[in-house]
Design a protein around this ligand. Structure first.
Ligand code: SAM
Length: 511
């Protein structure tokens, strides 16, 4: 007996698989076409041709081949799923979902179809449906770890970052060197605020594939978020550093245990040791920063006297993180607007829990300074009129209520400089919430746009620091608080400045 067409087709289908496995796409297509010619009534021959064409990314022709298979055998679940797959690859997700659902109606145990369905829902941003399809696939094939990776991506995209991390971790337990999954894990960990673990994931990805741009981006972006761009120029500012050094020398004695809040690179802690403190405990809430400070301190001549604790000050415990309450508190956690870096909440907490009664403070006190301002540069920043012949004036209603302004801002002072708020860091009462109106007398006629604000510190008796807008270069920006509407003022007028502050938040406007 000779070879039947069905035998010939079967042999050719085996060849198709071999060619595909070896990446010989032309040979695979040729063998599939021969099989379809030899046995045109066998659906699998058309299915195999479709697969060869799909791998060659000829999706329209692949869809034709699958349709031919389904014309012969409408109950062929594989062909429905394959057709759905090429619909998906052609971007027709609705048609893809319909075809894949037909495959699943015929064969609910079709793992690949569940996975394809998940990919379609994911592309359609139907994340819950995508996750559900992947869970069905995983229930059928728990050993297919790729499904966990796909589930992680779906959870990630729908903002379920803890679930994404869990799924990525299951995948990485089986495929620990998967660079893309490590980067995805890092990104999801960043969303959860687990910066240290995120950095570890990005570093592992980079160790596996040095120079990987996504991993480098994740690593450097995470570090950048944790270490604001002002940190290096701040430490390069001699006036600030020298004023602190002078104040610390004036205040710190040899019997003192100094607590510093906000280590940064460790400068003020080292200056405290240099001033003779018997012991310095310094805390830093950002882990990567604390680790760097620890190594700087270890290389310094004060390694035996300075302890860096990688915690937020509000989490410190006497007897655990510091051996005893402190005699002196040193800090530089002041934002442009004075309060935004948490100085008040941190110092109030420290006074209550971490300091001996009567402990000395560096800085000792500080003022939130302000002046009413007008002038052409303010007009440029905050007002609009006609632009290219169009009336744009109303857009200025959206002016920012506050903004940081350049070091040498050009402005007209319409009042005297005023200490709008004074904080005495030894006096808890001066650090309570504020809601008050300060009347400010106008000294010069002009259009008043709001208040320009800066900070003035008394670091120790006789040692001051100020980033006055006229006279200093400083790492601290001045802050411009714009009133909702500018107003024309004359000498003798009184402008009521409304001040509201709760903890780390401060609002200023014209009443
Ligand atoms: C402005 S930098 C000053 C760094 C250093 N003390 C210096 O003056 O060069 C403040 C640092 O304090 C940290 N920090 C702010 N508030 C903190 C707090 N309550 N507890 C621990 N660290 C804090 C920030 O992460 C930042 O690294």
């Amino acid at each position: 007996m000779g070879e039947t067409p069905a035998d010939r087709a079967r042999a050719l289908l085996v060849e198709v698989q071999r060619h595909l496995a070896a990446g010989r796409l032309d040979a695979a297509e040729a063998a599939a076409r021969q099989a379809a010619t030899a046995a045109p009534g066998v659906a699998e021959c058309h299915n195999a041709l479709g697969v060869a064409l799909r791998v060659a990314e000829r999706f329209d022709e692949a869809a034709g081949a699958y349709a031919a298979a389904l014309a012969i055998d409408p109950a062929n679940a594989r062909a429905h799923n394959n057709l759905g797959d090429v619909h998906r690859l052609r971007g027709d997700h609705a048609a893809a979902v319909a075809a894949i659902r037909q495959a699943l109606a015929l064969d609910p145990g079709h793992v690949e179809a569940w996975r394809n369905l998940a990919l379609c829902h994911h592309a359609l941003e139907e994340h819950e449906a995508a996750a559900e399809a992947l869970r069905r696939a995983l229930a059928l094939a728990p050993g297919q770890v790729q499904l966990h990776y796909a589930l992680g991506k779906v959870e990630h995209d729908r903002g379920a970052h803890a679930a994404a991390v869990a799924a990525y971790r299951v995948f990485l337990a089986s495929v620990p060197d998967h660079v893309e999954a490590l980067v995805d894990l890092g990104m999801a960990l960043v969303e959860l605020g687990a910066d240290g673990e995120a950095i570890a994931a990005f570093e592992r990805a980079l160790a596996l594939r040095p120079g990987d741009a996504a991993a480098e981006f994740g690593l450097r972006e995470t570090i950048a978020r944790l270490t604001p761009p002002w940190h290096i120029p701040m430490m390069n500012e001699p006036q600030r550093n020298l004023a602190y050094r002078e104040a610390i020398r004036a205040v710190v004695g040899p019997d003192d245990h100094v607590l510093e809040i906000g280590t940064g690179a460790g400068l003020l802690a080292l200056l405290s040791a240099e001033a003779g403190a018997r012991r310095v405990t310094t805390c830093e809430m950002v882990d990567v920063v604390a680790a760097e400070a620890r190594s700087i301190v270890a290389r310094s001549r004060y390694a035996d006297r300075v302890a860096v604790v990688g915690k937020r000050s509000t989490a410190l415990q006497v007897g655990v993180d510091l051996p005893e309450k402190a005699d002196v508190l040193v800090s530089e956690i002041l934002a442009d607007d004075f309060v935004g870096e948490g100085v008040l909440t941190s110092l109030v907490d420290a006074r209550r829990r971490l300091l001996k009664p009567g402990a000395r403070m560096v800085p000792a006190r500080g003022d939130f300074m302000g002046v009413l301002v007008g002038g052409a540069y303010l007009e440029y920043l905050l007002e609009l009129g006609e632009v290219c012949g169009f009336d744009m004036a109303s857009f200025a209603r959206l002016r920012p209520w506050r903004q940081a302004v350049p070091q040498r801002i050009d402005y007209d002072a319409l009042s005297d400089d005023l200490a709008l708020i004074g904080y005495d860091f030894a006096d808890l009462d001066s650090m309570q919430p504020i809601d008050r109106t300060v009347p400010v007398t106008v000294t010069r006629a002009g259009r008043c746009y709001g208040v320009l604000q800066w900070i003035r510190l008394e670091l120790a008796p006789g040692v001051t620091y100020e980033n006055h807008p006229r006279s200093t270069e400083s790492v601290w920006n001045k802050v411009l608080y714009a009133f909702p509407e500018p107003r024309d003022v004359r000498p003798g007028d009184v402008v009521d400045v409304r001040l509201w502050q709760r903890g780390d938040y401060l609002y200023l406007t014209g009443a």
